[in-house]
Design a protein around this ligand. Structure first.
Ligand code: GAR
Length: 196
């Protein structure tokens, strides 16, 4: 199974996927890593691992639709079976989703449908929930909506800050993402073997 990973930030989830592929835990090919801006930590991590990268800088495009089309072209050039968001903080439009139907995987640091959006950890903490967690889902055109594939709970501890809680959530998020990718790879590869 071939994947393209999209990042906007540090890409620590991406690093976990790179490590799992390197140590043989996860049988996928990371065809490329792409970003919506220049100079992300995620692209740097990919380059260090010898993985091809591309940057489709949002600010260089006249409007969102044009940027979406350029990103879709850049991703499609690598012919992925799945596209994986590793903290990719932009919503992709119907043009992209139609090109990769049910093939865009997203993770979120909260138990959806609670606390969607860019501040899932902060919002859960501010609400005062005792348990939050993470979600892996198939993304659609909404903000952190789409069919849920897997979730894991994480307890909120007394004295937690957004950073301490997010770090513990990310431990579960990485595990869940790798497990989900392994399951998808098993069915994708079995499907192509049967069709071969
Ligand atoms: C992850 O926790 C991911 O779930 C979150 O951004 C973080 C990226 O971390 N995404 C969202 O909040 C999307 N709504 P990383 O760049 O270190 O992988």
């Amino acid at each position: 199974m071939r994947i393209v990973v999209l990042v906007s930030g540090t890409g620590s989830n991406l690093q976990a996927v790179i490590d799992a592929v390197a140590d043989g835990t996860l049988n996928v090919t990371i065809a490329a890593v792409g970003a919506d801006r220049t100079g992300t930590g995620g692209v740097r991590r990919a380059a260090e691992a010898g993985i091809g990268t591309f940057e489709v800088d949002f600010r260089q495009y006249a409007d969102r639709a044009e940027w979406n089309r350029a990103l879709t072209r850049a991703v499609a050039a690598h012919e992925p079976d799945y596209v994986v968001s590793s903290g990719f903080m932009r919503i992709l439009d119907q043009h992209f989703l139609d090109r990769f139907p049910d093939r865009y995987l997203n993770t979120h640091p909260a138990l959806l449908p609670s606390f969607p959006g860019a501040h899932g950890v902060r919002d859960a903490l501010a609400y005062g929930v005792k348990v939050t967690g993470c979600t892996v889902m198939i993304a659609d055109a909404g903000v952190d909506t789409g069919p849920i594939l897997a979730q894991a709970p994480v307890a909120v501890l007394p004295g937690d800050t957004e950073e301490t809680l997010h770090e513990r959530i990310k431990v579960e998020e990485r595990r869940l993402l790798i497990e989900t990718l392994a399951q998808l790879a098993a069915s994708t590869d079995a499907g192509s073997a049967a069709g071969a």
